[in-house]
Design a protein around this ligand. Structure first.
Ligand SMILES: N[C@@H](CCC(=O)N[C@@H](CS)C(=O)NCC(=O)O)C(=O)O
Length: 215
């Protein structure tokens, strides 16, 4: 089977989720980094018309949208499975993927992580404190709700690792590197889950570049 080529911006939590997928599968892959800014270049727009990270190529097949990538990886590399078999666990996993994509990334990470870490470190921007403040209620809702859904399970969708864990862990690990994220997570069951996720080789082997590790 040919290797999976992952194009993306190093440090992107979505890139990291896709990379964790191939790491968990122990499948052959390589990363083709896209320099910051070049994700809107004609070359990358030809791969991803929305100019985002990541995109994978597998042989002559190309795919973007991280959850689609992870489901594809799960189909071609069945072991270990990354999707539960029970209907309620499948529903829970899909619900959490939706929370990740619609609320946690767009309304929390893209505001707080961007203003505290990505903007200052990569673009020399000053944090927009009003935007951070405005994102805090949604951040609280995301942390509370993900914690409620985790309940006393080992993983977000039950007793086994799933695509939900692979998508949320890179987002929360990045958020936890900000003072706001640290305060929101401290002492929660979600922080315990994240610490467990951080012990996995798939997290350790996909660390963000040094400048993006802390605020
Ligand atoms: N729905 C997309 C979201 C991907 C995404 O937003 N990636 C971010 C990096 S974390 C990106 O490429 N941002 C570039 C931009 O917003 O221009 C997916 O699941 O892959």
């Amino acid at each position: 089977m040919s290797e999976v080529v992952i194009y993306g911006i190093l440090g992107s939590p979505f890139l990291r989720a896709a990379q964790m997928g191939v790491e968990e599968k122990q499948a052959p892959y390589r990363i083709e980094p896209i320099p910051p800014g070049a994700h809107k270049s004609p070359d990358h727009l030809a791969r991803h018309p929305f100019g985002r990270s990541p995109v994978i190529e597998h042989g002559d097949f190309r795919l973007y949208e991280t959850q689609a990538i992870l489901r594809y990886l799960d189909a071609i590399f069945p072991d270990p499975p990354l999707q539960p078999a029970e209907p309620q666990a499948i529903g829970r996993m899909n619900q959490i993927i939706g929370i990740n994509d619609w609320y946690l990334f767009q309304k929390v990470g893209a505001v707080i992580v961007f203003n505290r870490i990505v903007g200052p470190r990569l673009m020399g921007l000053k944090p927009d404190e009003a935007a951070i403040e405005a994102a805090m209620p949604m951040a609280r809702t995301c942390i509370d709700e993900l914690g409620r859904l985790l309940a006393d399970n080992a993983f977000l969708a039950g007793d086994r690792l799933s695509i939900a864990d692979l998508m949320v862990a890179p987002q929360l690990d990045f958020l936890q590197a900000t003072p706001e994220g640290r305060d929101l997570l401290v002492g929660t069951a979600l922080a315990t889950w994240l610490a467990r996720m951080n012990e996995r080789p798939s997290m350790q082997r996909t660390q963000r570049p040094g400048p993006l590790r802390t605020a």
